[in-house]
Design a protein around this ligand. Structure first.
Ligand SMILES: C[S@@+](CC[C@H](N)C(=O)[O-])C[C@H]1O[C@@H](n2cnc3c(N)ncnc32)[C@H](O)[C@@H]1O
Length: 224
């Protein structure tokens, strides 16, 4: 997949898959979207815990991981962050991304963003005393995750119109099984077939307001 760097409306970078014209984030603002969907609607639900365990479907640029660290390190939370990715960015790509510059108040940001991308695959890495990272070089279709383990799933795969098979009951079942009772999956999308497949996998869904440029998004709960 050939991809190029683009600048979104809030000044933050994203990537575009050239053959599809599909971007890794909203063109209305990559940081704005990730903050709304994954941090405010997802992570903030668990900020009463000392330690939060997250698994992300699609590491991509690392923006969700980066914003998660920025939101939790100053609040003395511990994060266990697993992220699945089959087509990682190469050094020439991640070195051009300016997320740390835009979040200048996050002092360790520059160093941690680089460490995130340079971390080896398929092993636990202590990125920071509060951040344990495990990047999984695997496909969503074949990945094996620990069952009943995670508090939160960041489901950030490409759009339904390009990869409908990744929004299937089978993939949602993988996510569902990885969550503990009371865990939540959060995603930017809200199409009807997606809702149906989430329910078929066992989730209870909630529709909430989306980020600028998107009316609705989804939360999916593994009920207690
Ligand atoms: C929307 S982007 C992820 C955006 C990312 N969370 C970020 O903040 O930059 C979707 C990601 O899924 C990855 N991907 C696509 N198909 C995949 C598959 N079958 N298995 C694993 N990863 C896949 C892509 O390489 C891409 O990084």
């Amino acid at each position: 997949m050939k991809r190029k760097i683009i600048v979104t409306s809030d000044g933050s970078h994203s990537l575009e898959v050239e053959e599809w014209g599909e971007t890794y984030h909203s063109i209305h603002g990559a940081i704005q979207e990730s903050n709304h969907v994954y941090i405010e609607q997802g992570l903030m639900k668990f900020m009463n815990q000392e330690e939060i365990k997250i698994v992300e479907f699609g590491l991509g640029t690392g923006l969700n991981a980066f914003l998660t660290m920025a939101a939790t390190i100053p609040n003395h939370k511990k994060i266990v962050y697993h992220s699945i990715e089959a087509f990682p960015l190469i050094q020439e790509e991640y070195e051009l991304l300016t997320f740390p510059t835009l979040l200048s108040e996050f002092k360790e940001g520059e160093e941690l963003f680089k460490a995130l991308h340079q971390a080896p695959w398929n092993e636990d890495v202590l990125l920071h005393p509060q951040i344990q990272l495990h990047k999984l070089k695997a496909t969503f279709e074949t990945v094996e995750l620990q069952g009943n383990d995670f508090d939160l799933v960041y489901f950030d795969v490409f759009g339904y119109q390009f990869q409908p098979h990744l929004w299937s009951e089978a993939i949602f079942k993988t996510a569902y099984n990885s969550l503990r009772q009371g865990g939540v999956l959060v995603t930017y999308a809200c199409r009807n077939p997606i809702k149906r497949n989430m329910k078929a996998a066992g989730f209870t869904i909630e529709i909430v307001p989306g980020p600028p440029g998107k009316r609705e998004m989804l939360l999916a709960y593994k009920s207690e």
